[in-house]
Design a protein around this ligand. Structure first.
Ligand SMILES: Nc1nc2c(ncn2[C@@H]2O[C@H](COP(=O)(O)OP(=O)(O)OP(=O)(O)O)[C@@H](O)[C@H]2O)c(=O)[nH]1
Ligand SMILES: [Mg+2]
Length: 288
C-alpha cells in the first residue's frame, strides 16, 4: 500500500469522528473535541467558523481545512541532520510509545541512504529491551552497543558515543527506557544521561526526540511539557496514527511549536514517514 493510502486508512477512525452532514456548529465542536484537538484549539477554530457563517457543510469543511493547514504547516518539518560526525539522536518517551521501533525504522532508512549508523541500547532497565533493539539493528547492518541488564545507562551511552566518534560513524541513535512523566527518579536519570552526553560535546545530543503514541490523545500534551522541561526537546515523532480516533491531537500539539519530524502508521520498517501537513489534514478530513 502507498504511504498516503496507509495514512488515510490509519486516520479513518478520526475522519469518521470528524464527518459532518450539516452546518451545526455545536455538532462540529463536539466532533473536534472527540478527535482530541483540545478545548482551546477547538474554541479557536469554532469561533473562526462562526464568524465566516458557512452555508453548506462543504463551505464549513473548507474553512476548517484552511485553518488546520495553517496550524499544522509550521510544525511539519523533516528531520535535517546537522553536519557533525557523529550526529547523536536521543529518543525519549513513556513506556510503549514506540521509541525502539522508531529507531529501528529510522536506522534502516539512513542505512539505505548509505550512512553508517550505530544503535545504543540505553534501555538497560526492561528485560528484553536489548534484544528488541538488536533485532532492529541487525537487519540493516548497524553497529550495536549494549551493556548488562541494570547497568548504568549514562555510562554505557558515554562510552558508545566516544567509540562511534573514533570510528567516524555518521549517526548514533540512543534508545532509552520508557518512563512515565510523573516518575521523578527516572526523569532524574534522563537528566543525567543528557549531562553526560554533553560532556563529550556540548552540541550533543543534536536531536532529542519525544516519541508519542497517538492513542493517548490529550495526555500527549503533558508528556511534551514535562519531557521538554527535563531534557529540552528538539522535536516530536508520533506513532500509532493507524487505528486511533484521536488523530486530532497533533493539531493540539501545534501550539508548542515543536517540529513533528515523522509519523508512524504501523509496525513495519516502511511504516514511518515524514509528516506532511496537507496529507495529514486531508486524511483527517476523510478526503479521497
Ligand atoms: N500500530 C502501530 N504500532 C506501533 C507503531 N510504532 C510502534 N508500534 C508498536 O508499539 C509497541 C511498542 O513499541 P516499542 O518500540 O517497543 O515502544 P518503546 O517506546 O520502545 O517501549 P518501552 O521500551 O517499553 O518504553 C510495539 O509492539 C510496536 O510494534 C505504529 O506506528 N503503529
Ligand atoms: Mg523500547
Amino acid at each position: 500500500m502507498r504511504w498516503l493510502d496507509k495514512l488515510k486508512q490509519g486516520l479513518k477512525k478520526t475522519a469518521s469522528v470528524l464527518s459532518f452532514a450539516s452546518v451545526d456548529v455545536d455538532e462540529l465542536e463536539e466532533a473536534l473535541i472527540l478527535s482530541d484537538m483540545g478545548v482551546e484549539t477547538v474554541s479557536e477554530l469554532v469561533n473562526i467558523i462562526k464568524n465566516e457563517k458557512p452555508k453548506t457543510p462543504e463551505e464549513m469543511k473548507a474553512i476548517l481545512k484552511r485553518e488546520l493547514n495553517k496550524k499544522i504547516d509550521p510544525i511539519a518539518k523533516p528531520l535535517v541532520l546537522p553536519d557533525s560526525k557523529p550526529v547523536v539522536i536521543l529518543m525519549v518517551g513513556v513506556n510503549g510509545a514506540g521509541k525502539t521501533t522508531t529507531i529501528g525504522k529510522l536506522a534502516a532508512q539512513y542505512r539505505k541512504q548509505g550512512k553508517t549508523v550505530a544503535c545504543v541500547a540505553g534501555d538497560t532497565f526492561r528485560a528484553g529491551a536489548v534484544e528488541q533493539l538488536k533485532k532492529w539493528a541487525e537487519k540493516p547492518g548497524t553497529d550495536f552497543y549494549c551493556g548488562a541488564q541494570g547497568c548504568d545507562a549514562a555510562g554505557l551511552i558515554f562510552d558508545a558515543i566516544k567509540t562511534a566518534k573514533q570510528k567516524g560513524t555518521d549517526i548514533v541513535f540512543i534508545d532509552t527506557a520508557g518512563r512515565l512523566q510523573n516518575r521523578t527518579d527516572l526523569m532524574d536519570e534522563l537528566k543525567k544521561i543528557v549531562r553526560v552526553i554533553r560532556k563529550i560535546d556540548d552540541r550533543m545530543p543534536h536531536e532529542t526526540i519525544l516519541v508519542l503514541d497517538a492513542t493517548v490523545g490529550q495526555n500527549a500534551i503533558s508528556q511534551v511539557k514535562i519531557f521538554n522541561e527535563v531534557c529540552s526537546l528538539s522535536g516530536l515523532i508520533m506513532t500509532k496514527l493507524d487505528g486511533t480516533a484521536k488523530g486530532g491531537v497533533l493539531v493540539a500539539l501545534s501550539k508548542n511549536n515543536l517540529p513533528v519530524y515523522a509519523v508512524g502508521v504501523g509496525e513495519d520498517v516502511e511504516d514511518l514517514n515524514a509528516f506532511a501537513a496537507q496529507d495529514y489534514v486531508s486524511s483527517l478530513l476523510g478526503e479521497k
